[in-house]
Design a protein around this ligand. Structure first.
Ligand SMILES: NC(=O)c1ccc[n+]([C@@H]2O[C@H](COP(=O)([O-])OP(=O)(O)OC[C@H]3O[C@@H](n4cnc5c(N)ncnc54)[C@H](OP(=O)(O)O)[C@@H]3O)[C@@H](O)[C@H]2O)c1
Length: 287
């Protein structure tokens, strides 16, 4: 697969989002393992996860352990796979999502993620979501400590504004903010500002929910006619068109579509080879 960069690390230009394999509606473990193995077979080398991707209380790290198991049971080489996890979000087990961006929590969460992933250092550790009760500098300061201690190799942020991107750059030090992961899809375009900012700085931009999320992904074509029309002209799925459209926005873009079935990720990775004309891209921008 064509590659792009997160800091100094090359990864396949389409990653795999692990969330759907651990939250509400998750498949059985065998299907999840098949899905992750299919992604690896297809050249995916970035897998996105989080400690909070679980369903019940008491199973924090469910998705991290699943990914660790998938890598351990894969028959091929996994040496070039970058697992990107996150801390700072919590699921108490009642279906809600809450935040804790305190440095004490992030230190503890990173230790737990190291264990769940079974590694000495986390490939990419992302601050999941700003905590309005904790100054952003302090939350990102915890990532700086983890970087300096060698517990994480790369640091990233998620759900960040342009201003928070700049705070993170300052706190982490020159060149140490590797990635920004924000929501971006045909239906949700309000991260264009952060995408442009990341592009100007050469920081990887990881669109999350790139197909609109599990509830909407299957209906992308019926919700966005321009994507369906371009898809039909190329004989591909509207989902592939959406991913190719965002890949074309900037060389820093690395979408992380979710999947809970091999077929989904096998279709999504083909977006890397789909070239869209300037006219098509303008239509999709408008549509
Ligand atoms: N940072 C954050 O705050 C944040 C928040 C949400 C998500 N994320 C990350 O972003 C990743 C992706 O987001 P998401 O999973 O919520 O939404 P998504 O990627 O927009 O949609 C995922 C759904 O799309 C379906 N799908 C994938 N490829 C397809 C294709 N080519 N054709 C048709 N359907 C396809 C999958 O179906 P099947 O399940 O049937 O395979 C899956 O349920 C997550 O897994 C997670 O890693 C981060």
């Amino acid at each position: 697969m064509r590659t792009r960069r997160i800091g100094p690390v090359s990864v396949g230009a389409i990653g795999l989002g692990g969330m759907q394999m651990s939250i509400e509606g998750r498949p059985d473990e065998q299907r999840s393992l098949r899905t992750i193995h299919a992604a690896l077979d297809a050249g995916v080398t970035l897998i996105d996860t989080a400690d909070a991707y679980h369903l019940h209380a008491g199973e924090v790290g469910h998705n991290e352990r699943l990914i660790a198991k998938a890598l351990a049971t894969y028959s091929g080489d996994t040496g070039n796979v970058l697992v990107a996890t996150k801390g700072g979000h919590l699921r108490p087990g009642d279906g809600s999502w809450i935040v804790d961006g305190s440095p004490a929590h992030l230190r503890e969460a990173a230790e737990a993620s190291l264990k769940a992933l079974g590694v000495d250092a986390i490939g990419l550790y992302q601050f999941h979501r700003p905590d309005p009760t904790v100054p952003y500098e302090e939350s990102v300061g915890a990532l700086k400590e983890l970087l300096d201690a060698g517990k994480i190799r790369l640091a990233g942020i998620s759900n960040a504004t342009v201003e928070q991107i700049d705070i993170a750059r300052r706190v982490l030090g020159e060149g140490n903010l590797a990635s920004v992961q924000n929501q971006f899809s045909p239906a949700f375009r309000s991260s264009e500002g952060e995408l442009r900012h990341a592009t100007g700085l050469g920081i990887a931009f990881l669109p999350w929910g790139p197909l609109g999320g599990a509830d909407r992904a299957g209906r992308l074509g019926s919700r966005h006619a321009a994507f369906a029309e371009v898809a039909s002209a190329h004989g591909v799925s509207p989902q592939q068109v959406a991913l190719a459209w965002m890949l074309a926005k900037a060389p820093v873009v690395i979408p992380i579509p979710g999947a809970s079935r091999p077929e989904s990720i096998l279709d999504s990775v083909k977006a890397v080879d789909l070239s869209l004309t300037t006219g098509e891209l303008s239509r999709l921008d408008a549509g």
